[in-house]
Ligand binder design. Sequence first.
Ligand SMILES: [Zn+2]
Length: 266
Amino acid sequence: MEMQKAGKIQFLKPRLGGTTAVAGFTTRHEGVSRPPYNSLNLGSNTLDSPHNVEGNRSLLARSFGTTLDRVLTVTQVHGTDLLVIDSPNQELSHFLKLECDGIVTNQPGIMIAVCVADCVPILLHDPVKGVVAALHAGWQGTVGNIAGKGVEAMTKMFDCNPKEILAAIGPSIGRCCYEVDAPVRDAFQKAGIPWDLFTTANGEGKWQLDLAAVNRKLLTDAGLADGQVQSTELCVCCNQELFFSYRRDDGDTGRQAGFIMLEAQQ
Ligand SMILES: [Zn+2]
């Protein structure tokens, strides 16, 4: 995944379907928010000035040739519910307060996005059927298999074939920095996720967990081949200059976004 620029926005660009969709993972650069939200804070669920967040979202939209009213986010609650948009001309601001953790659409011209600051952002694109998804996977969403549910929504509602879905896993907290305890282990084991494969023991009752790698496994369990899943392998906590990290900054930080938008048909 390459670092690129669109307008002023610096972002990581996954290889997702060539010219039929634009997609990326933002960095913290070139926004208008002040510390500790400096500077491209895209999360409205922060103590940052709503005016600045709106300015940043507007900058993101403009950088990819769209407008603020075409940027769609939801209120993320560490669950696995998905919002599906399958008809045109929706008033997107109505969905801002809807509590769910992923968005799926076959509608062009809507920039769907998830906001994160440690959790795993996942983007899906079926370039054959013209369907995209943006998913938010913290440890709870991972235990609930939001990745698999995203693939399932695409196959059930839009007749996508998992063998044609491309996935990109964005920057998130790495195994290096993500210490978890026994309740997290218990939840993963109860969900049937092979704990030892994705963790390193770190003293009594503590483990370092590779959340991105678990989500890669969930995507391949859902029918994607390993080669269909790209991953940045970047730890947001280790890369302070590029990314927000909730743990590193004790919760007082901004949010980067994973975003994807189907291009309007010519
Ligand atoms: Zn790290």
